[in-house]
Design a protein around this ligand. Structure first.
Ligand code: PLP
Length: 431
């Protein structure tokens, strides 16, 4: 029986913000979250690694013939790496540092691929010495770096697909078109290096399910043309990452993208090793940011609240990714129906006003969000942002001398779940 539906007001479905509010409410009412906040104060990121495991399972179920390699760059946290390693997921790295994080944890190197198209020669040598064998290239100079590499080294040529709808269109920096790709395959053959197949990244936070399918179809067609032309047999297709997360509105669900990808990829699943490198979609929902109001001012454009984290810290995703996580007042969460995510009539009647939310640094561009509807807040009041797992702490800076925001590993939110030791990604002492 769907009790959820019974509790809704007749004829109305919770909207996106209600659902996010209900989730934030569940996180904040957990014993683990409360204990972590009481112990460490704010700002604090609450990480639930089990959500990453669940998301990995969902991806596997939607595309069972795809080998997923988590893009470590999205959230390079030990608890995330452990849970994915345990679940059998592979890993996609961009640097020697990411490789070291994985090897330190005993991850099987045969499950690691190095997908940065430009690498220092020493980094390639270290990765080869560690046992990594799959690398991405998109130019002749890079191919030359693999002359004399072990015979089982396998290169993937990175293709560029323009994605004007992606928040971050990576094709302007990396990747080649079909003619250049043919030339690179021939160059690699001449250099005695194996090209195992192709990789691409359609752009990060791409809310266009059809683009994922058309890029896969175009790459498969190119592979078959080049197999004939160069008399080679490819065995790998890497469909990259880019799968979106829902920040301030519902974006395409992975299941919908998979529905379009399945008929394109499935006929090739026996012949090809089909792999993917998702980052954001694996971790975005697994972390929640809790901040405090540290200052309040009335300006020409209304009320401003200054928080203890901002664009130079965990909200770096607003700056670098152009995404807009929702921000809820913890006070509203306590007056929220946990089933529907709706605010109680009393809380609504209490009055809300539009406000600007700014970060703590001296920089005037450090503005997290404008026109956020919030109740009357006081210094010390808590604010909560869901969907803060991807490209937040990894892209944060120490501008103004501010420490990196600590990450507290918390459980699924059930009573009796004790918080782990807070583990700060950058090894900065906690509070
Ligand atoms: C080569 C490569 N693979 C995977 C990813 C992960 O992308 P996303 O987080 O959009 O899934 C990125 C992101 O920049 C990337 O550059």
């Amino acid at each position: 029986m769907n009790l959820d539906a019974l509790r809704r007001e007749p004829g109305t479905a919770p909207d996106f913000a209600d659902r996010r509010r209900a989730e934030a409410c569940a996180v904040m009412s957990s014993v683990a979250a409360r204990a972590a906040i009481a112990r460490h104060g704010t700002p604090l990121l609450l990480l639930d690694p089990q959500r990453v495991r669940t998301q990995y399972r969902r991806l596997r179920e939607a595309l069972p013939f795809v080998g997923f390699h988590y893009a470590v760059k999205a959230l390079a946290h030990d608890a995330v790496l452990d849970v994915l390693d345990d679940a059998g997921c592979g890993f996609d790295i961009a640097t020697g540092e990411e490789l070291a994080m994985l090897t330190r944890r005993g991850v099987d190197v045969s499950r690691i691929i190095h997908t940065h198209p430009i690498k220092k020669p020493a980094e390639i040598a270290d990765a080869l010495a560690a046992g990594v064998r799959t690398f991405v290239v998109d130019n002749e100079v890079e191919i030359g770096k693999f002359r004399g590499a072990p015979a089982d080294t396998r290169l993937l040529v990175r293709l560029a697909y323009r994605s004007p709808h992606a928040k971050s269109d990576l094709s302007s920096k990396f990747g080649v078109g079909p003619f250049e790709a043919a030339h690179l395959v021939e160059s690699a053959l001449a250099a005695g290096v194996t090209v195992a197949g192709f990789s691409y990244h359609v752009g990060s936070q791409l809310d266009d399910p059809g683009r994922f399918a058309s890029a896969a179809a175009d790459t498969l067609e190119l592979m078959s043309i080049l197999e004939r032309r160069c008399n080679v047999q490819f065995d790998t297709l890497d469909i990259g990452g880019g799968f979106p997360a829902s920040y301030d509105s519902e974006s395409a669900a992975f299941d919908d993208i998979a529905t379009l990808l399945r008929p394109v990829l499935a006929p090739h699943a026996r012949r090809l090793d089909i792999i993917a490198e998702p980052g954001r979609v694996m971790v975005a929902d697994a972390m929640t940011l809790v901040t405090s109001v540290v200052g309040i001012a009335e300006r020409g454009d209304g009320r401003w609240y200054y928080l203890d984290d901002g664009l130079y810290g965990s909200y770096s995703n607003v700056l670098t990714e152009d995404v807009h996580p929702l921000v809820f007042a913890a006070r509203d969460l306590t007056a929220t129906d946990p089933w529907s995510g709706r605010l109680s009539a009393g809380a609504r009647a209490g009055g809300h006003r539009w406000a600007t939310l700014a970060g703590p640094t001296c920089d005037s561009s450090d503005v997290i969000a404008r026109e956020v509807l919030l109740p009357e807040l006081r210094v010390g009041d808590l604010l909560v942002s869901p969907t803060m797992g991807a490209y937040t702490t990894v892209t944060a800076t120490r501008f103004n001398g501010r420490p990196f925001t600590a990450v507290a590993v918390v459980g699924r939110g059930g009573a009796g779940v004790a918080p782990d030791e807070t583990r700060d990604l950058r090894r900065v002492p906690v509070v």
